[in-house]
Design a protein around this ligand. Structure first.
Ligand code: MLT
Length: 410
């Protein structure tokens, strides 16, 4: 009999979102005919912007003609997309990023999990707490951790509490770490990192030989002009940070699938004998071996995000989600609840009333108001006592959800 990867057995429960989906399904089966409003998983609801879907249709047409047909594309992405990325996402913000430092993929979740392939499991990993659970669960799967303790926290991971007291931007670790996951605008708290905060992390990584894995999947929701969209806006980041970007929330691509990461050539790791190795080369070696490129159709769609019309239409949808977030925040505040985020991020992080636990509040909102949220405890122990409400929905659903919350919580 073949041996299994026992690291998977360290994970006590299923992944957070399928677990929530299971509970909601069970509730719906017991209560046939009720209308449940889903503000749990952050999945886009609005259809693709027409300029972007037109580009994808044209790409399908390309594939139907011998003269423009394409088979396998370059694993690291087509130049037509990478050129746009470099110009619009980085050069326009003064970030010095070259086209051969951009690697296109089919998603940030997979990139952030797969990146662990090229690092050594003895690295100590730091995460903010609460945290997008993929960083922790995939570190466990890849053997970077020991077993979970009583509280569910894994030995080998340094958890950095993100609380209202520190504006959800934790202090630097007080023990050595080599890999640091940061996500800003933050999932789940909706917090943002200022330039000073990012500079503090970059300086820490430089002086401690650490690498920052910077998840910027929600950068398109930043409304405050002073907040950096990329970690490379901060001096020194090229030497210590890998940035991950996605079209999922920016252009409604959660089903289409297209993302990219940036690994500057200046970023190095070390071997056991102390020699320096460019991390980008390892990632390219991995990517070109294990991946055959994001689909041509998805990449043509992503390219259209940078055209003036595509950009304008994508922005309209982003403004729609952010107006939803405002409606949710206002309603929660008028109920006397403490609500955070929702200004530069599509997530609202809400303190549960009194001592109510995250899962109890989640269950109460599901049973009494038929509104699905995400229990904060699912993002880590410092998320206990909070729930996350997603602004990804239609206006009608958000208004109805707010009406139900107001009725049941006032
Ligand atoms: C979330 O709800 O946290 C996100 O939708 C999950 C994801 O992006 O994978």
């Amino acid at each position: 009999m073949a041996f299994v990867n026992e690291n998977f057995l360290k994970l006590r429960s299923g992944f957070l979102f399928p677990e929530i989906a299971r509970r909601v399904r069970e509730y719906e089966q017991e209560h046939r005919g009720v209308s449940v409003i889903r503000l749990g998983i952050g999945d886009v609801t609005e259809p693709l912007p027409p300029a972007i879907s037109a580009a994808m249709r044209a790409a399908v047409e390309d594939l139907t003609r011998r003269s423009s047909f394409r088979g396998y594309g370059p694993e690291q992405g087509y130049d037509f997309l990478r050129e746009k990325i470099v110009e619009h996402d980085f050069h326009s913000r003064g970030c010095d990023i070259a086209i051969d430092e951009v690697v296109v993929s089919d998603g940030t979740k997979c990139d952030m999990a797969n990146i662990l392939d090229i690092f050594a499991p003895e690295n100590r990993v730091a995460v903010t707490d609460p945290v997008y659970p993929v960083y922790v669960d995939t570190s466990v799967m890849a053997g970077y951790t020991g077993d979970p303790g009583e509280t569910g926290e894994f030995e080998g991971i340094v958890y950095l509490p993100a609380t209202p007291a520190n504006d959800f931007c934790p202090d630097l670790p007080d023990e050595p770490v080599e890999l640091i996951y940061l996500c800003y605008p933050n999932n789940p708290t909706g917090a943002v990192a200022t330039r000073d905060t990012l500079q503090k992390w970059v300086d820490y990584a430089k002086s401690n030989g650490a690498i920052i894995l910077y998840d910027a999947a929600y950068e398109c929701f930043i409304t405050d002009p002073g907040i950096p969209h990329s970690i490379y806006e901060v001096p020194g980041a090229r030497e210590v940070a890998i940035e991950f970007r996605s079209y999922s929330k920016l252009a409604g691509f959660t089903g289409v699938r297209c993302a990219y990461c940036v690994i500057p050539k200046d970023l190095t790791g070390k071997t056991r004998d102390g020699s320096e190795v460019p991390v980008r080369d390892l990632w390219l070696r991995r990517h070109t071996t294990k991946f055959n490129g994001a689909s041509y159709i998805a990449q043509r769609g992503a390219e259209a995000v940078y055209d003036p019309e595509g950009k304008r239409q994508a922005q309209t949808i982003i403004r729609h989600y952010m107006a939803n977030a405002r409606i949710i925040v206002d309603a929660l505040m008028s109920l006397g609840l403490n609500a955070y985020g929702g200004v530069n991020a599509p997530y609202v992080w809400v303190k549960t009333p009194g001592e109510e636990t995250s899962w109890d509040f989640f269950d109460r909102l599901l049973r009494e108001a038929q509104v699905v949220t995400t229990p904060g405890a699912g993002f880590g122990s410092a998320g206990e006592g909070f729930v996350r409400i997603s602004a990804f929905s239609s206006r009608e659903n958000v208004e109805e959800a707010v009406h139900r919350l107001t009725t049941h919580l006032s």
